[in-house]
Design a protein around this ligand. Structure first.
Ligand code: IPE
Ligand code: IPE
Ligand code: MG
Length: 262
């Protein structure tokens, strides 16, 4: 990914290194990485800064991560930006985040478009500020036919809300006579989720050491490998991503089966 994506936002461009780091096996990369970007507030508190400064720095970490995932040939990155529960934070923090999302999207859209990133926003977008909804619609449309990494930003996303919505959509189709309840199987259910069409994440990264899912991708993470790191999200860098990918490559995925070697 070129420097275009990293320009702006008061940071010096980071040197590009498109080649895969030597210890990684290119044949065993995760196709889809999901990340719970946590620890922004603690990062700021450690520096006696307001929490929102952690969010601002967190954007840099997200841009770094997207760039590296794209450079290294990972097909999809899904990032948890704002949960359905995050509305319970102080009003000023919520407003700051909404404005930050708007500013970053506006600033980065041209670069995302140019870099062939296909961006989508997953979640219930209606309660978001109108200007943000407009930018989201524009970004989604302008990048829809891009052929590069799928970048999914979970915004006002909750796993339970997503499952309830899928059940409601299926029930509506049954009520309209379009669907027989016997046709509802895992494929039909998954097709009603926000992530429809995307392979399930192979790897879930959670930063800042918390050992929980926090209502993220409850259906899709069924067989994801979990990597929990103490690194706070604003500090998440290439070395931290490499550590997560190496951890992943050291796992043996069985999907309920048995180890073929014994
Ligand atoms: C994650 O960082 C970002 C969002 C939830 C938007 P936090 O803001 O949760 O940071 P901590 O967990 O308080 O350190
Ligand atoms: C999860 O982090 C949500 C996002 C990263 C957007 P939280 O900080 O909200 O999760 P909890 O409260 O620690 O479970
Ligand atoms: Mg948190």
């Amino acid at each position: 990914m070129s420097r275009a994506l990293v320009s702006g936002f008061n940071q010096a461009p980071v040197t590009r290194s498109a080649s895969l780091p030597v210890p990684l096996d290119p044949a065993r990369l995760p196709r889809h990485v999901a990340v719970i970007m946590d620890g922004n507030g603690r990062w700021a508190r450690q520096r006696n800064l307001p929490r929102v400064m952690g969010h601002r720095q967190g954007v840099e970490a997200l841009k770094r991560t997207l760039r590296r995932c794209s450079d290294w040939g990972i097909g999809a990155l899904t990032a948890y930006a704002f949960s359905t529960e995050n509305w319970s934070r102080p009003g000023e923090e919520v407003s700051f985040l909404m404005t930050l999302f708007e500013r970053v999207l506006q600033r980065e859209l041209g670069a995302l478009e140019q870099e062939q990133v296909r961006i989508r926003f997953l979640g219930d977008l209606e309660p978001l500020p109108t200007r943000l909804q407009e930018l989201i619609a524009e970004a989604t449309a302008r990048t829809a036919t891009n052929t590069g990494i799928h970048f999914n930003v979970c915004t006002n996303y909750g796993g339970r809300a997503e499952l309830v919505r899928a059940a409601r959509l299926l029930a509506q189709r049954v009520a309209r006579g379009e669907l027989d309840p016997d046709q509802i199987d895992e494929t039909a259910f998954a097709a009603e989720l926000h992530t429809a069409g995307e392979a399930d994440p192979d790897l879930l990264i959670r930063t800042s050491g918390e050992q929980r899912i926090s209502n993220f991708l409850l259906w899709q993470l069924a067989y994801a490998e979990l990597h929990i790191t103490e690194v706070l999200w604003p500090d998440f860098d290439e070395a931290a991503l490499l550590a997560a990918l190496l951890d992943y490559q050291g796992r043996q995925r069985r999907f309920g089966g048995v180890d073929p070697l014994g």
